[in-house]
Design a protein. Structure first.
Length: 285
């Protein structure tokens, strides 16, 4: 006896499609979260390797950290930066890039404000200025102007009073166009504050009339500006977390708000340090 073949009914097919759609709606966000978590783990690992390279550099450089930028020309024939001088200790240039930063290497090699990368030296220099982990320039790499002369400096590891609590570098952004990050990260960052409640400058080596080079500080009133957080940028957890390197070598992800703890944040760094124990940027107090 030949039995007639039975096909799925339209209702059964719709039920199966609905179940698949529900499972996809549940699983896709989970996969996306897992992918983002993996990228954050990779960023922390990259930052750890970079920080270790800087620590090794300081061992061979009389205890000094590498200087973020040496003379401010951005021209590799006359200038150098921390990434270039630490390259012997950090072999892969890809370690300098956060996996969540969509900037291509070509963008990084030719960022706005830098000479075109027509030579290998300039290419490496430009990549060094667009590193995704910017150094704490005001307290780790202060640039002074004694007698009007630009004088980049670096504190020593032994000058840092609380290395486990002192912010060395943070994930960063080079620029933003209509709020969208462009050209990669930034070689250095501004602190949210650098004076105490009495108006005294607390940056290392400061003397009356010397002056410092800076990026205009944080801009909390300008949410689309590249320096809304002084150049720091929360690439992770949906724009909520930064990767922070500390002066003792450890690295962790933190909420962007955490790095301004102990500071009354105002535009152009017009605020002041309200709690020195919570303020993570000051290296020599």
């Amino acid at each position: 006896m030949i039995r007639p073949q039975r096909a799925f009914t339209l209702i059964e097919l719709l039920v199966v499609i609905a179940i698949i759609a529900i499972l996809a709606a549940i699983l896709f966000p989970v996969f996306a979260q897992a992918k983002a978590a993996a990228k954050k783990t990779a960023a922390i690992s990259n930052a750890k390797q970079i920080n270790l390279g800087y620590q090794m550099y300081s061992t061979d450089a009389d205890d000094h950290f590498p200087i973020a930028l040496y003379n401010g020309t951005f021209d590799a024939s006359q200038d150098s930066n921390s990434t270039v001088v630490s390259r012997p200790y950090v072999k892969s240039e890809d370690l300098y890039f956060d996996p969540m930063d969509p900037a291509s290497k070509k963008e990084r090699e030719n960022p706005s404000g830098s000479p075109a990368a027509t030579t290998e030296a300039q290419r490496q220099f430009n990549l060094g200025t667009t590193i995704d982990f910017g150094i704490n320039i005001q307290f780790i790499n202060p640039i002074w102007f004694p007698n009007g002369v630009m004088t980049p400096t670096s504190v020593t590891t032994t000058q840092i009073a609380r290395p486990a609590n002192t912010l060395f570098a943070v994930s960063s952004v080079w620029d933003r166009i209509n709020g969208t990050p462009k050209y990669g990260g930034n070689w250095e960052l501004d602190a949210p504050c650098w004076t105490d409640k009495n108006g005294n400058d607390i940056r290392p080596g400061w003397a009356a009339g010397q002056g410092y080079w800076w990026f205009n500080g944080w801009a909390p009133s300008q949410p689309l500006a590249w320096n809304v957080f002084g150049g720091a940028w929360p690439w992770h957890n949906g724009g909520k977390q930064v990767v922070v390197e500390f002066a003792d070598g450890h690295v962790k992800a933190q909420p962007i708000q955490a790095i301004s703890a102990g500071c009354d944040v105002k535009d152009y760094s017009a605020g002041y340090v309200t709690d020195p124990d919570k303020f993570m940027w000051s290296s020599t107090q």
